[in-house]
Design a protein around this ligand. Structure first.
Ligand SMILES: Nc1ncnc2c1ncn2[C@@H]1O[C@H](COP(=O)(O)OP(=O)(O)O)[C@@H](O)[C@H]1O
Ligand SMILES: [Mg+2]
Length: 261
């Protein structure tokens, strides 16, 4: 689905992404791991249109999408999740979901005057969609709670829910488990798997928690120093000498620690 070919993103003389080539297969939950500073987030930013590449190409289903702005990628179904912004904290969980789709008729003056019925219909459809998403996430009981008042893990579910408002094809998740307790991490993992199996979402997931990666990701791609170092199942990459070396280079003492990075 996604093919990254010889991608570079430099910051001055520093090569954060340094000739990365990798593929994300349709229907997969692909893990992206690697030591801190490997260039994973920068790679996501380039793929998702937040940063222009220095050189190289990104294609989606054969179409060149290199450097397209996020809103165009959004319309193609390529999304990366963002944390719920502070300004949305006082809105309810349902309203946060209803905010997502662009192009609502309510926005133009013309429609305000002449399209009241259409706006009302659209709001009703949006609300129904938001409620369906909350139901899928098993957080219907939070519909009327302010988003700022729900737990960290529930916010993560809400972030995933925002991708469901637009029926994403591929979703990029950067450290979705950071600061989330084990139980909620499992709920997030289950939700990702359900979206993958029931809604045909493809995922690319950056995560430090190897239990999480091992549970849901196949394949796992290891990135180090701006490029792909290895790819395989979690067991395969854990047994890979180059991978162990890359993690050792960051100060780890033995390969068992790869499991906990
Ligand atoms: N905007 C930037 N300006 C300069 N250096 C950056 C910038 N963004 C990232 N870097 C550097 O690029 C390297 C890779 O960072 P990052 O992509 O965040 O790695 P990872 O997500 O794998 O930990 C780091 O050394 C980081 O300091
Ligand atoms: Mg990062």
């Amino acid at each position: 689905m996604i093919k990254v070919d010889n991608l570079h993103r430099h910051f001055g003389a520093f090569r954060a992404v340094d000739g990365a080539s990798l593929e994300i297969a349709t229907g997969s939950i692909t893990g992206l791991v690697g030591p801190n500073g490997a260039g994973k987030t920068t790679l996501f930013n380039v793929i998702a249109g937040a940063l222009p590449p220095t050189s190289g190409t990104v294609t989606m289903d054969g179409e060149d999408i290199t450097g397209l702005p996020p809103h165009e990628l959004f319309h193609k179904g390529l999304l990366r999740t963002f944390q719920i912004a502070h300004e949305f904290h006082s809105m309810t969980c349902r309203e946060n979901l209803m905010m997502v789709p662009g192009g609502q008729s309510g926005e133009t003056l013309w429609n305000t005057w002449f399209g009241r019925k259409r706006i009302a219909d659209e709001e009703r459809a949006l609300r129904a969609k938001a409620d369906e998403v909350l139901d899928f996430l098993t957080i219907s009981h939070l519909a009327d709670h302010p988003a700022g008042a729900v737990s960290g893990g529930q916010k993560k579910l809400l972030e995933l829910g925002r991708t469901m408002m637009v029926d994403a094809k591929i979703v990029f998740l950067d450290e979705v488990g950071a600061g989330v307790n084990r139980t909620l991490l499992n709920t997030i993992a289950d939700t990702i798997v359900r979206l993958n199996q029931e809604r045909d979402y493809t995922f690319c997931v950056i995560e430090h928690d190897m239990d999480f990666i091992g549970r849901i990701c196949d394949p796992v791609i290891v990135m180090a120093e701006g490029k792909k170092l290895a790819e395989g199942t979690l067991d395969e990459i854990k047994a890979n000498e180059q991978v162990i070396e890359a993690y050792l280079g960051t100060g780890l003492k033995n390969k068992d620690q790869v499991a906990t990075v």
